[in-house]
Design a protein around this ligand. Structure first.
Ligand code: PMP
Length: 409
């Protein structure tokens, strides 16, 4: 694929679900920010794993267990490469972004925070990058601070600079906002946080399917994302952490695999990364996720980003032609999210009509209720793009919205 022009028709063939009809129409899948579809290679990898190799990992001496362990640990190397982590010990498999953030909040946050300390987040965070910090602040007496955004849905840099101070211990923020598509200036944010010695936690849930991630170039302390949004199965994700931080952190969950020896008097914990992977790990999920990462690398993340930017521009232009439609989230640096409201109908009615037309979008608060309050809307309609969407999908969306106008205006 690399080096050739972006052949979206060819890419669509890799995703069998895109051949489906919904309510008598070809499926137009524009709910990728919630969960993305799976290419045949991921489905085949899972199928083969369960048919040929299924066994528990790390403990068995028998052949199937060795095969499963090899494939699982290969998944760690593929994940390391995918985010350019410095070592395998820095790659921890988790259930998804939510679990990654909770792990950092409870293991790092709970041991390092005390009364008077501050955790800084932003106004555009997903609930899973708000609530874990509220919980740990309540547990430790630390204070949660929130950096404002402007009317385009961009971080207000001067406020961010002012809020990062001597009391700031943790700064947690989205790489890309799920509700707005805003791409945050994450490198600068990390640099600023490091000036005061704070650690940074990046929620990469919306970045992993769209951008090349390089945790060493970002110099972030923690980075986490979910497999299911990047064409891998549900129930698996990655937490990256800098080795010296992870080493000093206590385990979050106890159980099998995360120990070296156990007695009733004293337990010795396992080395990284296993210290943070208690219990039977997400074996099939990791193997499936590695297949998705390889697929993305083969298509080329830089090419995907360039293609999606062009598609976003087209979609933005088309939506702006619809009378009474207001885009929510108009940042200058934006990824493939088109969030909007219309004067004639509630987002839920719009979503229902679009579904009748075979168009899948998300309507609601997108797990970002404070953000909806900021824009003074109860909910938005969100069309979110992936590497297999094309202009026809956006044209179908626009036709659906024209129908909404005809029905409600
Ligand atoms: N952060 C962001 C920005 C998200 O978009 C999502 C998923 N909508 C999450 C966190 C939570 O991800 P998960 O549900 O896979 O844990």
């Amino acid at each position: 694929m690399k080096g050739t022009t972006y052949d979206v028709a060819r890419i669509r063939e890799d995703f069998p679900i895109l051949r489906r009809e919904v309510n008598g129409h070809p499926l137009v899948y524009l709910d990728n920010a919630a969960s993305a579809q799976k290419p045949q290679v991921v489905i085949d990898t899972l199928d083969e794993y369960y048919r040929e190799h299924n066994a528990n990992v790390h403990r068995g001496l028998h052949t199937l267990s060795e095969e499963a362990t090899t494939a699982y640990e290969e998944g760690r190397e593929v994940s390391r490469r995918f985010i350019n982590a410095g070592s395998l010990e820095e790659v921890i498999f988790v259930r998804g972004t939510t679990e990654g953030i909770n792990l950092v909040a409870q293991s790092y946050g709970r041991t390092h925070l005390q009364r008077g300390d501050e955790v800084l987040i932003t106004y555009m965070e997903h609930h899973s990058n708000i609530v874990p910090w509220q919980i740990v602040c309540e547990q430790t007496g630390a204070t949660l601070k929130v950096c404002p955004i402007d009317e385009h849905g961009q971080l207000v840099w001067e406020s961010f600079e002012a809020l990062v101070g001597a009391r700031t211990k943790i700064v947690a923020f989205a790489h890309i906002s799920n509700a707005l598509g805003t791409i945050n200036p994450v490198r600068r944010m990390v640099e600023k946080a490091h000036e005061v010695g704070a650690v940074t936690v990046i929620d990469g849930a919306q970045a992993a399917p769209h951008l090349r991630i390089d945790v060493q170039a970002l110099d972030c302390d923690f980075y986490t994302f979910s497999g299911h949004k990047m064409f891998a199965p549900t129930g698996v994700g990655v937490l990256y952490g800098k080795k010296h931080l992870l080493e000093a952190m206590p385990p979050w969950q106890g159980g099998g695999d995360m120990i070296k020896t156990v007695s009733f008097e004293r337990t010795v914990y396992n080395a990284l990364p296993y210290k943070f992977e208690a219990g039977t790990p997400i074996i099939a999920g990791v193997i499936g996720m590695a297949a998705a990462m390889r697929y993305l690398e083969e298509v080329g993340l830089d090419r995907i980003a360039a293609y999606e930017a062009e598609l976003l521009e087209y979609g933005t232009r088309r939506l702006q032609e619809i009378p009474g439609l207001r885009l929510i989230g108009t940042a200058s640096q934006k990824a493939g999210v088109l969030s909007f409201v219309m004067d004639v109908a509630h987002p839920h009615d719009i979503g229902t009509i679009l579904s009748h037309e075979g168009v899948a979008v998300r309507t609601g608060h997108h797990c970002a209720q404070p953000l909806m309050d900021f824009f003074q809307v109860p909910a938005t309609v969100r069309a979110s793009l992936a590497l297999y969407n094309d202009r026809d999908d956006l044209d179908a969306l626009v036709r659906g919205l024209e129908k909404v106008r005809r029905l409600f205006a």
